[in-house]
Write a protein that binds this ligand. Structure first.
Ligand code: ATP
Ligand code: MG
Length: 426
């Protein structure tokens, strides 16, 4: 027997029983993003490796060890996108979307990271991201946070809290970096191998480590928030005032640094304690240097990305209905002579009633077997088309769920009107 194939580790099939929950989630996300005036941008899944190295940063988990990188047939180094911000920025620069204009954009789709697969952490996962360009003030930071808060509200997710921090300007970060290196040097023995390697290349990143053995040394590290530059401090204070005015609660977490290099000033995460270790459902912040770093004019940017798998897990745990709706009608077709009439009837009803969910029986079989299928389908009505009905130009209608379930016979041209009222309630 041939070997049975399995999906790549950490890459999940989303099965028919699960896809309805995904669709509901995606619909809500789209509606809220549209309500705030964000436009969708669709981006390639593959980009030049150099784009990610330049934007995310060489000394990061993603670029050092998580990217799916390969040489294409030309020998160019390409990478499956590990996140969406780099590609979005690249597209905006390439198409001149940032010249004397602001942009509010969103994207959705699969991202790829070679991580250790576990609950809430996969190698192909899905993000929805929002990005706003050309606005330097805290008002747009606040808008994005309000937008994300509204997503949770619309999705019925309550167990999330907002963590907020500021990473300051690049000058403030440079000064802080020196203090941090000195601190970590003084406690070198307590660092793990990764952190020692990063000590000089990227000490801020050590703060982002998930290694529990580093907890104490991280907790006692100096905080950047204590030495913010005046401009970043004013930005951060105004952001807090705006969030307070919008009624959004937050915790300031001076340890919060994002895993990617391009952040400055505002950083935030929405976290939950209902998902175990993988508790961040949405993360974002400001990246004023990114566009310039990628060769564009300096244009400020701010955005977030949320992880759909983690949201789906929260919705499923909260018992949100995830099933596709049942058909309204199951069409039973008995006998060879009825086949063509059956298909024609089904198509006519679909013309007349676009909202009707009609499942046509395919594959033949006797009345009894088909009727059982109709019952199992959850349909509210069975339509029956057999030899008698064809001869009389009628269709039999059998209500399947009502107390009043007398079968009736309708002229074929009256079936649509009957179903419009009885099944669709129009
Ligand atoms: P984490 O701290 O969980 O590793 P991250 O800092 O690497 O997350 P980002 O790059 O900011 O995450 O991505 C934004 C969001 O995308 C995360 O908050 C999370 O919800 C989701 N996400 C990131 N990596 C994965 C993954 N491997 N599997 C599933 N979801 C993920
Ligand atoms: Mg990560």
């Amino acid at each position: 027997m041939a070997k049975q194939f399995q999906a790549i580790r950490g890459m999940n099939d989303i099965l028919p029983g699960e896809s309805a929950l995904w669709q509901n989630l995606e619909t809500t996300l789209r509606e809220v993003l549209a309500a705030y005036g964000y436009h969708e941008i669709r981006l390639p899944i593959v980009e030049k490796t150099e784009l990610f190295a330049r934007s995310i940063g060489e000394v990061t988990d993603i670029v050092e060890k998580e990217m799916y990188t390969f040489a294409d047939r030309n020998g160019d180094s390409l990478t499956l996108r590990p996140e969406g911000t780099a590609g979005c920025a690249r597209a905006c620069i390439e198409h001149g979307l940032l010249h004397n204009q602001t942009q509010r954009l969103w994207y959705a789709g699969p991202m790829f990271r070679y991580e250790k697969p576990q609950k809430g952490r996969y190698r192909q996962f899905h993000q929805v991201g929002a990005e706003a360009y050309g606005m330097a003030g805290p008002d747009i930071d606040a808008e994005l946070i309000c937008l994300s808060a509204r997503l949770w509200q619309r999705l019925g997710i309550r167990a999330v809290t907002l963590q907020l921090n500021s990473l300051g300007s690049s000058a403030a970060r440079a000064a802080y970096r020196e203090r941090l290196v000195a601190y970590f040097e003084s406690r070198r023995d307590e660092l793990d191998e990764d952190s020692r390697r990063r000590l000089h290349a990227n000490p801020l990143r050590i703060l982002d480590s998930k290694n529990p053995t580093l907890r104490t040394v991280l907790a006692e590290a100096p905080a950047l928030l204590d030495q913010l530059d005046p401009e970043s401090r004013a930005h951060f204070e105004e952001l807090q005032a705006l969030l307070a005015a919008a009624g959004i609660a937050y915790d300031i977490n001076p340890r919060l640094v994002r895993g990617l290099d391009y952040y400055c000033k505002t950083v935030f995460e929405w976290v939950t304690d209902t998902l175990g270790a993988q508790g961040t459902i949405c993360a974002g912040g400001r990246y004023d240097g990114l566009i310039e770093q990628l060769g564009g004019q300096p244009v400020p940017g701010v955005g977030f990305a949320l992880g759909l798998e983690r949201l789906v897990a929260m919705l499923a745990a909260a018992g949100q209905p995830g099933a596709d709706p049942e058909p309204h009608v199951y069409l039973i077709i008995v006998g060879d002579a009825a086949q063509r009439h059956g298909l024609a009837l089904a198509e006519r009803l679909r013309d007349q009633l676009p909202a009707l969910r009609l499942r046509m029986h395919c594959g033949g079989g006797g009345f009894k077997a088909q009727f059982r299928r109709a019952d199992h389908s959850g349909a509210r009505f069975a339509l029956i088309l057999g030899e008698d009905e064809i001869n009389a130009d009628t269709v039999a209608v059998k209500p399947l769920r009502a107390a009043q379930n007398e079968q009736l016979s309708l002229p074929r041209d009256q079936v649509a009107a009957y179903l419009r009222a009885a099944a669709l309630g129009e």
